[in-house]
Design a protein around this ligand. Structure first.
Ligand code: F6R
Length: 365
């Protein structure tokens, strides 16, 4: 049932605040602002590192998770798309644990990567939506994302719920390893607890602007997304979402890679979507943005209030989100990229919920 929404994708975008609040409740205590104990099968305090593998959007969630586990839990993370991970002959050690992220829990390459890691003696954790799935069944610890059924082929709420679970787990791992203090835990969980309310407000506030902007975006053939830090995986997720449902060619790049190649493509025919909250990477990303502007590139700037005030560059559009803590920024900044892809596809008249050539669950390699 789509309720009063035109597509399941739209419904799933708008139900994120409520669903993510429910999902978070499984991992954090909203009253004491602490993380709840995680599944004992994986003891984060003793690990030498993590291996993470997944496909598509789930892989990009894992890539954000890598930044968090490394920063907060000081755990080195080896991550790859499952179709490479399974064949790389990657040396793994039983002192590491492996996490597999999958909405469906049935993705063939992810399952094969899981079995490979299990054979190497690693404890296996599954971050899944479908708890009765094969990936969940073959894992030692299940970390449910509790997103409810996701019908739209393009993943939206599963992505932000995967992020919420990864954020919570990285705080829990940091506590277990003594790299996150009690005060830091409290502060971060507080931000997570405030996130659903902020998401609702953002969804409401940005909708009209994004709809107008999508009409302009639908006229282009190619789009480049740039980001740094956790905004880099988001840039790739933005590009993936746009190409999947609007069939506009899009690429996501690390902002710092711009000058190593893609800058050759910049002209007035290729808008550049820059994802840059006012964080420790902001100045660097803005200087990449200047390089785009100097070459006549059209910029769509997705930033926050501080970022909008700090940048003097002329843009095709600036989408201004509230200033939020960096632990929740990836979830908040997911919203404009989802809505932008959605409305662009609606303008193009594509089959948003069932894009051509794609399947919701990929059980063949
Ligand atoms: C993108 C998308 C796909 C899936 C990928 C993995 O919107 O939906 O990229 O994320 O096929 O699927 P799961 O998570 O079921 O393993």
């Amino acid at each position: 049932d789509k309720g009063n929404h035109r597509h399941f994708m739209e419904k799933e975008i708008y139900e994120q605040p409520e669903i993510i609040s429910h999902a978070l409740g499984h991992y954090v205590d909203f009253a004491s602002h602490t993380v709840k104990p995680t599944d004992k099968a994986i003891d984060f305090s003793k690990l030498s590192g993590l291996a993470i593998s997944a496909c598509g959007t789930a892989y990009l969630a894992g890539l954000v998770g890598k930044y968090w586990f490394e920063r907060y839990a000081r755990l080195p993370v080896e991550i790859d798309v499952a179709s490479e991970f399974r064949y790389r002959e990657l040396p793994l050690s039983p002192t590491q644990a492996a996490l597999f992220i999958s909405q469906s829990g049935e993705t063939a390459d992810t399952l094969a990567s899981l079995r490979y890691s299990k054979d190497q003696g690693l404890k296996i954790g599954a971050i899944v939506n479908v708890r009765e799935s094969t990936i969940a069944r073959e894992s030692d610890a299940i970390f449910p994302i509790l997103a409810g059924p996701e019908i739209g082929v393009a993943s939206t709420k599963a992505f932000t719920c995967q992020l919420a679970v990864l954020a919570s787990l990285s705080i829990a791992a940091g506590r277990a390893r003594g790299t996150v203090s009690e005060a830091e835990e409290k502060a971060m969980v507080k931000h997570l607890a405030e996130m659903p309310r902020i998401m609702s407000k953002v969804l409401n506030d940005i909708q009209p602007q994004i709809e107008t902007l999508s009409r302009d975006l639908s006229r282009f053939k190619d789009v480049l997304y740039l980001g740094r830090g956790t905004s880099y995986p988001l840039a790739m997720e933005g590009a993936l979402k746009l190409k999947e449902i609007s069939y506009i060619h899009a690429e996501g790049y690390a902002a710092g890679e711009l000058k190593h190649g893609p800058i050759a493509l910049i002209d007035e025919h290729m808008p550049v979507i820059v994802i840059a909250p006012y964080d420790r990477f902001f100045e660097k990303t803005v200087s990449n943005m200047q390089e785009v502007a100097a070459r006549g590139g059209k910029i769509i700037f997705i930033t926050d209030e501080k970022g909008a005030a700090a940048s003097k560059l002329e843009t095709m559009a600036t989408i201004t989100l509230p200033n939020v803590d960096e632990i929740i920024a990836p979830m908040i900044f997911s919203l404009p990229i989802q809505l932008l892809a959605y409305h662009t596809a609606v303008f193009m008249g594509t089959d948003v919920d069932q894009p051509r050539n794609l399947a919701k669950s990929v059980t063949v390699e």
